[in-house]
Design a protein around this ligand. Structure first.
Ligand SMILES: Nc1ncnc2c1ncn2[C@@H]1O[C@H](COP(=O)(O)OP(=O)(O)OP(=O)(O)O)[C@@H](O)[C@H]1O
Ligand SMILES: [Mg+2]
Length: 512
């Protein structure tokens, strides 16, 4: 691949990077270059090798072969500390701060004591300076557990700037953010690059690529297949480069034929984890063969709603009725037994067991039933066979059904949960942000999969922040704001402006 000639020396070059894992060639002779002040978007399907390549720069993985140059000089990166000393900082796909500590404590955590004097006041002042400069709105004394994901992410970025990062690597930073938070983040990155820092950012959202990057590199099955200037490409071209075929972004859907009521939520009131009222009297129902979308900015009660239905959260008053049985405040297991499936918003914590195989994770909900268990005896061979089928159907990229889930790429972990939950569902599917972290092709298929579930007579509750997704997949859309439902509308009669007004707190009656 020919690199375009430029005046200055690249701040970063990767040459011929190759990385093998058991059964996988994760990166195959990949080249990359980055100039000061540039934003490079790194694209590719789930499992293409994006995180792996960046983990080499961050000092977490070592390449089997290849060279890394910083400002034209060859370097060795053997640890995150080496990376930081060279000015490379990474915010990981599933980042984790210490929840019981403050911002300031997290920022200095792991720094050599000789590098700084443990003076939290000084640290606090510096944090405030950085926060003001980039308008990050981070309070050094705030506790991590009290912050939203977006705020926590700004702390991660602040931590890297504090430590002197010149190259910032962001691995799917906007996957877990609200649209507004994503805009804020992109503004911060823009400001940093205008001051001469550079960024590499991984995303599956094509509009972000178009808006915020200067260059794009596309990986396919570990190989670099395209290098283009952002202004010379389009979302459609990029999708084709990633997937190797045309992605239609089209949903085929017949009008719904609703049957009897599956889920009835009656005047439900519930608190959030901080003891504040999160649901303030919510009522709606979903029928067989129907998809109800829940729209709203994250944090308006959606999470609590999905959790009270699936038994993970208690209601204070009101009722949850599933298939004519009162399931209010029943245990998650009892609710699973009634045929309810759940794709949770916090997947890593709630969705999987990383140290278990893909096969066992897929069987987790079915293992008590025939044919996996017969007369109380578990049949590992049947689990293996079933897992192989699901891996093919959901196109989960894994070396084997016996590979531990933690070795899968982010998107393939997501597909494992989708396969298990959609496979096990027999009455109600509660899906929170099901397409989060999925590549364009997988997004298209999971949307069609939910419609197929509906057509098989399931009731589906779909929580999403993507209005296009809600409008194309759902039959009806309920909009949440401040723990209330502002209104429920037919999806084919809805429009973005009206939904947006309700998301901002205007009730449906006032729109007419
Ligand atoms: N520690 C590991 N051990 C074994 N295999 C691994 C490990 N880390 C990554 N892999 C494999 O390397 C390949 C590339 O994974 P990677 O996480 O880089 O994909 P990705 O492009 O970031 O995908 P996604 O969009 O889903 O996050 C995958 O097949 C994955 O299973
Ligand atoms: Mg990844």
């Amino acid at each position: 691949m020919e690199n375009v000639q430029k005046e200055s020396v690249p701040i970063l070059e990767m040459l011929g990077i190759t990385i093998r894992f058991p059964g996988v060639l994760a990166n195959d002779n990949v080249d990359l270059e980055l100039f000061p002040g540039e934003v490079l978007a790194l694209l590719g399907e789930n499992g293409a090798g994006k995180s792996t390549l960046m983990n080499v720069l961050a000092g977490l993985y070592r390449a089997d072969s290849g060279r890394i140059l910083i400002k034209g000089k060859e370097v060795e990166i053997n640890s995150p500390k080496d990376a930081m000393a060279l000015g490379i900082g990474m915010v990981h796909q599933n980042f984790k701060l210490v929840e019981t500590m403050t911002v300031a404590e997290n920022v200095i955590l792991g720094l050599d004591s000789e590098d700084f004097i443990l003076d939290l006041k000084k640290v606090g002042n510096r944090i405030r300076e950085i926060s003001d400069h980039y308008n990050l709105k981070v309070d050094p004394g705030a506790m991590i557990w009290q912050m939203s994901v977006g705020e926590q992410q700004r702390v991660e970025i602040l931590k890297l700037i504090y430590r002197g990062a010149e190259v910032l690597i962001l691995d799917e930073p906007t996957a877990v953010l609200t649209p507004q938070e994503a805009k804020d983040l992109n503004r911060i990155v823009k400001q940093m690059t205008s001051e001469g820092k550079s960024a590499i950012f991984i995303t599956h959202k094509m509009d972000e690529v178009m808006e915020f990057s200067d260059w794009v590199r596309v990986l396919q099955k570990g190989r670099l297949v395209s290098v283009v200037k952002t202004k010379d490409t389009s979302p459609k071209d990029l999708s084709r480069m990633m997937v190797g075929r045309e992605v239609l972004f089209r949903i085929e859907k017949e009008p719904s034929v609703p049957g009897e009521v599956v889920l009835k939520v009656e005047n439900v009131v519930a608190m959030n984890d901080k003891g504040l009222k999160a649901l303030k009297g919510i009522s709606f129902s979903i029928r067989k063969g129907e998809i109800l979308g829940i729209a709203g900015v994250a944090g308006n009660g959606q999470r609590e709603l999905t959790e009270v239905i699936t038994g993970l959260h208690k209601v204070v008053s009101g009722k949850i009725i599933i298939e004519n049985t009162d399931m209010t405040n029943k245990s998650p297991l009892e609710i699973i037994k009634s045929g309810v499936s759940h794709i949770p918003s916090d997947r890593v914590a709630m969705g999987i067991v990383g140290d278990m195989s893909v096969a066992n994770n897929l069987a987790m909900k079915e293992y008590r039933k025939e044919p996996l268990t017969k007369y109380g005896i578990l049949h590992p061979k049947r689990i293996f066979t079933m897992a192989k089928k699901m891996i093919t159907a959901f196109m989960i990229a894994t070396p084997s059904p016996l590979t531990n889930v933690k070795f899968l790429s982010g998107g393939n972990i997501q597909k494992t949960i989708l396969a298990r939950e959609i496979g096990a569902c027999s009455s109600l599917l509660v899906a929170a942000y099901p397409a989060r972290g999925l590549d364009v092709g997988a997004t298209e298929s999971v949307r069609n999969e939910m419609i197929a579930e509906r057509d098989n007579g399931r009731a589906v509750l779909l929580v999403s922040e993507d209005l296009d997704e809600l409008m194309s997949v759902s039959d009806r859309i309920a909009v949440m704001n401040g723990g209330h439902i502002m209104g429920i509308v037919d999806a084919d009669k809805s429009d973005i402006a009206g939904l947006g007004m309700m998301m901002a707190g205007v009730p449906l009656e006032e729109l007419k």
